[in-house]
Design a protein around this ligand. Structure first.
Ligand SMILES: Cc1cc2nc3c(=O)[nH]c(=O)nc-3n(C[C@H](O)[C@H](O)[C@H](O)COP(=O)(O)OP(=O)(O)OC[C@H]3O[C@@H](n4cnc5c(N)ncnc54)[C@H](O)[C@@H]3O)c2cc1C
Length: 339
C-alpha cells in the first residue's frame, strides 16, 4: 500500500523533511504544498551559519536540541566534504565567536562536533587586534550554507525522487484529510495563523549584503555577525522580537554598518549590494509532535508539526527532518493497517 503524505512548506524545513521521507520511508508518495517558494521564504535569505547555541533553548529540552544538531552536523559535514559540496552550497569556513560573558555550555554542541574548536586565551584575543573589548572568544571551522543553492538542490532531489509540487495556500490542515493519509506541517511563522499557535512570534532580522571578496572568515558576536559567501559578505546582528515589519529600516542598516566598520574599518570600502529583512519563526522550543486532526469527511489523520526553529532553522533542519521521519515510521504500521 502506498502512503500518501502532504508536506506543507517549501522552506528549508519542509524541503528537508520531504526529501528525508522519500529517502527513508518505503512506499511513500510525497506532495509538497506551499504558497511561497525560493525568495518568498524566510529560509532563502538566512545567513546559513551553523552555530548552535544551547543557551537559547530551555534546559529541559536541550537533549532533543543536541540530537537534532548532531544529526544535522553529520549530514552537513559529509556533504560539505564531498564532491557535491558546490552543488548543494555548503562550505567549511573558519572564524571566531566573540562574547562578553563565557559561553562554554552554550557552545558545547559546536565544540563537540567541529574538529578544531578552541577557547582562546587573553593573549590570543589581544592578537586579534579588535577595537572592541570582548573578554571571551572561541574559534572553530564550521559549515556555511548558501541557502538559495541548498534549497534548489533539495528541490531537485525531491522532484528527481518523484515528488509532486503544488503551489497553493492551505487555509486549514483538516482540509488535507480528503486527499492524504498523513500531513507534515512545516509552515514556519505562519503557524500563528494556520495552527492558531499563540506561542509563535516573529524575531525580525536585517542583513546587509556587501562586496568584500577578501573577507574570508566568519565573525559572530551578540550584536554583529559577518558571514562570508562566495561572492558577497552578509552583515547582520538585529534580533527584534515581536516586530512584524519586513521593510528594510535605514536606522537598523546604519546600526549594523557602524558596528561592522568599528570592528573592521576596511569594510567601509566594501560596496553595499542590497539589504534583506526576514522574520525568524520564534518559539520557546521547536514544535515537533503528532496531533490527530479530524477532517470534514470525518476521517482523522495524523499531522506531524515541525515548525518554530527560530534563528536555528538552517542548522536544525536535517536533524528535525529525520525526527519527523521517525515519527512517520512509528505511525506507519497503524496507518497501513487502516489503508
Ligand atoms: C536575518 C536572519 C538570519 C538567519 N540566519 C540563520 C543562520 O545563520 N543559521 C540558521 O540556522 N538559521 C538562521 N536563520 C533562521 C532560519 O532562516 C529559519 O529558522 C528557517 O528559515 C525557518 O525555515 P522554515 O522552513 O520553517 O520556514 P520558511 O522558510 O519561512 O518556510 C515556510 C514555508 O511554509 C509555507 N507556508 C506557510 N503557511 C502556509 C499555508 N497556509 N499554506 C501553504 N504554505 C504555507 C510558506 O509558503 C513557505 O514555503 C536566520 C533567519 C533570519 C531572519
Amino acid at each position: 500500500m502506498v502512503l500518501n503524505v502532504a508536506v506543507v512548506g517549501a522552506g528549508v524545513v519542509g524541503l528537508s523533511t520531504a526529501v528525508a521521507l522519500q529517502q527513508r520511508v518505503k512506499n511513500v508518495k510525497v506532495t509538497l504544498i506551499a504558497d511561497r517558494f525560493d525568495e518568498g521564504t524566510t529560509s532563502w535569505g538566512a545567513g546559513g551559519l551553523f552555530r548552535p547555541d544551547l543557551d537559547s533553548y530551555p534546559a529541559e529540552h536541550q537533549s532533543s536540541f543536541r540530537q537534532w544538531i548532531s544529526d544535522s552536523w553529520k549530514f552537513y559535514n559529509a556533504l560539505a566534504s564531498s564532491e557535491h559540496s558546490q552543488d548543494c552550497g555548503l562550505t567549511f569556513v573558519a572564524g571566531t565567536l566573540l562574547q562578553n560573558s563565557p559561553k562554554d555550555l552554550g557552545y558545547s554542541c559546536i565544540s563537540e562536533l567541529t574538529h578544531d574548536f578552541q577557547k582562546l586565551d587573553e593573549a590570543q584575543i589581544k592578537k586579534m587586534n579588535l577595537p572592541s573589548t570582548f573578554k571571551y572568544a572561541y574559534s572553530c571551522t564550521t559549515v556555511i550554507t548558501h541557502v538559495p543553492t541548498y534549497l534548489r538542490w533539495l528541490m531537485q532531489k525531491f522532484r528527481g525522487n518523484g515528488g509532486k509540487v503544488e503551489c497553493r495556500k492551505v487555509s486549514r490542515l483538516s482540509q488535507l484529510s480528503d486527499d492524504f493519509d498523513l500531513v507534515i506541517n512545516c509552515c514556519g511563522l505562519s503557524a500563528v495563523e494556520l495552527c492558531q499557535d499563540k506561542s509563535m512570534y516573529p524575531v525580525m532580522g536585517h542583513l546587509v549584503r556587501v562586496k568584500a571578496p577578501w573577507f574570508k572568515k566568519f565573525v559572530f558576536s551578540d550584536d554583529l555577525y559577518i558571514i562570508p559567501h562566495n561572492d558577497y559578505v552578509l552583515l547582520g546582528g538585529i534580533k527584534d522580537a515581536g516586530n512584524w515589519s519586513r521593510a528594510p529600516d535605514p536606522a537598523k542598516r546604519n546600526i549594523i554598518l557602524s558596528r561592522a566598520y568599528a570592528m573592521f574599518p576596511a569594510l567601509k570600502h566594501a560596496p553595499i549590494l542590497d539589504e534583506w529583512v526576514g522574520l525568524r519563526p520564534g518559539r520557546e522550543k521547536v514544535r515537533l509532535e503528532v496531533e490527530l486532526i479530524k477532517g470534514g469527511n470525518k476521517k482523522t489523520i495524523p499531522v506531524i508539526h515541525n515548525y518554530g526553529h527560530g534563528g536555528h532553522g538552517i542548522s536544525l533542519s536535517w536533524g528535525c527532518a529525520l525526527h519527523a521521519t521517525r515519527l512517520v515510521q512509528e505511525l506507519t504500521s497503524g496507518l497501513q493497517a487502516r489503508l
